[in-house]
Design a protein around this ligand. Structure first.
Ligand code: ZN
Length: 230
């Protein structure tokens, strides 16, 4: 009850601030949902210490994303801390700088036509992306939870989670992300080595579900020891 009332008030005040512009309303709604997702992911330990970043497409033509700004605690995001950015990562609404990884969000939105992109730094993705880097990725197969990935109808599905070498050069890394998405059509996410998970969805609900499924499966692999024999 409390949560609904609070988020309702925030949404209403942002609507008022946006002077009823449709894009302002879409931005405020996306930011509200991204803040709620951040709170949940932080509680799970997936975005500690200002790590991680989230975005949602609020317009396709022209391309506009609501995205977290850099260096913030993802467990307590305020709506004024979100930015709207264009297709070249320029800020067109809000104060602050987008995450350095904004270019990766754009590469994913373009590459797979995603409506939302979520990035986490969990213990499990950090461990697995290090231990499996030499294999270029991790195969997830045989798990019932795979059916939570969009388009997957059986536990027999083999999900390939590519691992890309980490980098601080986001232009170069963005190019490698685009190449990976072209080379592996149908994937639901990828890992950056000893860094974290990127996943996406047609909308925020689907992207959130994909984080939950992939984080669950990575935790299973590490805790069960299955990853060591993979
Ligand atoms: Zn990151």
């Amino acid at each position: 009850m409390k949560k609904t009332r609070r988020s309702g008030n925030r949404r209403n005040s942002l609507k008022a601030n946006s002077r009823k512009s449709p894009s302002g309303t879409r931005f405020a709604e996306a930011a509200t949902r991204l803040a709620e997702i951040g709170k949940g992911f932080h509680a799970r330990g997936w975005v500690l210490g200002t790590s991680g970043n989230f975005s949602a497409v609020i317009s396709r033509e022209p391309l506009r994303l609501a995205i977290t700004s850099t260096g913030l605690d993802k467990g307590s995001l305020a709506l004024e801390q979100f930015l709207e950015m264009d297709e070249a990562a320029n800020v067109v609404r809000g104060e602050g700088r987008p995450s350095a990884e904004a270019l990766l969000h754009l590469a994913i939105v373009r590459g797979v036509d995603a409506g939302a992109v979520l990035h986490t730094h969990s213990v499990w993705s950090t461990v697995l992306s290090g231990s499996h880097a030499s294999q270029g990725g991790i195969a997830l197969e045989g798990y019932e939870m795979l059916k939570g990935l969009e388009g997957v109808g059986t536990h027999k599905h083999r999900e390939w989670l590519p691992i890309l070498e980490n980098s601080q050069d986001m232009v170069e890394l963005g190019d490698r992300v685009s190449k990976t998405l072209r080379a592996s059509p149908g994937i639901h996410g990828f890992l950056l080595r000893e860094h974290g998970l990127y996943t996406w969805g047609a909308g925020l609900q689907q992207a959130k579900r994909h984080v939950e499924i992939l984080e669950f499966l990575m935790e299973v692999l590490v805790r069960s020891g299955a990853a060591q024999s993979a």
